[in-house]
Write a protein that binds this ligand. Structure first.
Ligand code: ZN
Length: 306
């Protein structure tokens, strides 16, 4: 639903690799890091350095898979090398907390996933392997294959082990991709029951808020997998409240309030409707996309809310 804007600088790459290498497998002198194991087996370490693999950019992942799969390497061996065990999860999660600081789930924008207990370093997010680590173990630790998301989206019922790479409709929906343009292409639409004339809505059951894509249907499968339409049904009250406010505060009323308070009516409107600035980062708050799209549907922008 929302693109993740994350720039992995050289410094961060170094920090990430150090973090991975801080975990050793085996005892005493024979203890090895994941990088040691990767380099020792020489499966494709001549073509791709350890850094290449774990920091590969999202748009290069498909090519890497094609190349590696051609080699027909035993999957069990790859799993042994790139073992994503319990030791890595908290380390990688803390790296994301520190440098990306995700606030809402990028797949659904429904839940906050920020750290809620600084002291004990507990967070509300889980790390989803965008491309299945069981089938493609060498991507288990690749940072742009790791998506901090909510537990619901990462659950068996939702994303689970759906083969994203194999599915042409899902393959290019990695949220780190520059080309991931769900927000621009897909909008929440406001549908009202036939008996609701002039936005005179009595209950949230009179409203429907389906996600619709303009001119194409590239994201149909994505919407289906994350059950976005079904899950947003439970949040129609947000839109109902916006509609009620629209009825209570028509332009004339807002202008009266401007007279009374001296505050520009655009400001008042923004507060009442909890409107989102044009270039705001939608990932900061849950339901930002819904609110923004609904404001467009209700024509709030046309009144010069710059
Ligand atoms: Zn989610």
């Amino acid at each position: 639903m929302l693109r993740i804007d994350f720039e992995l600088t050289d410094e961060l790459k170094r920090e990430y690799i150090e973090l991975l290498n801080s975990t050793k497998f085996g005892n005493g002198k024979n203890a090895k890091s994941v990088q040691d194991k990767y380099e020792e087996y020489e499966l494709f370490s001549k073509e791709y350095t350890f850094e290449d693999i774990v920091t590969i950019e999202a748009h290069k992942i498909n090519d890497l898979i094609e190349d590696v799969e051609l080699r027909g390497i035993d999957n069990a061996l790859l799993k042994e090398i790139f073992k994503y065990d319990g030791k890595f999860q908290p380390l990688i999660a803390s790296f994301f907390e520190k440098h990306l600081n995700p606030r809402t789930c990028c797949y659904c924008n429904i839940d906050f996933i920020n750290v809620y207990d600084e002291e004990n370093n507990k967070n509300k997010f889980t790390l989803d392997h965008f491309i299945d680590k069981g089938r493609y173990p060498y991507l288990a630790l690749s940072i742009f294959n790791l998506i901090p998301c909510c537990f619901v989206c990462n659950s068996k019922k939702i994303k689970g082990s759906i083969p994203f790479y194999e599915d042409v409709e899902l393959k290019d929906t990695n949220p780190y991709l520059n080309s991931f343009n769900f927000d621009e292409k897909v909008k929440f639409k406001l549908h009202l029951n036939d008996n609701c004339k002039d936005l005179n809505i009595k209950s949230k059951d009179d409203i429907d808020i389906p996600l619709k894509e303009r001119y194409s249907n590239e994201y149909d499968k994505y919407i289906e997998v994350f059950k976005l339409n079904e899950r947003y049904q439970a949040h129609k009250d947000i839109v109902f409240e916006m509609l009620q406010n629209a009825e209570l505060y028509p332009e004339s009323r807002l202008k009266e309030l401007q007279e009374l308070t001296g505050i520009p009516y655009q400001e008042i409107k923004k507060d009442i409707f909890n409107l989102i600035e044009d270039n705001a980062d939608l990932s900061k708050e849950p339901f930002s996309k819904l609110r923004k799209d609904m404001a467009d549907e209700l024509g709030f922008k046309k009144v010069g809310l710059a």
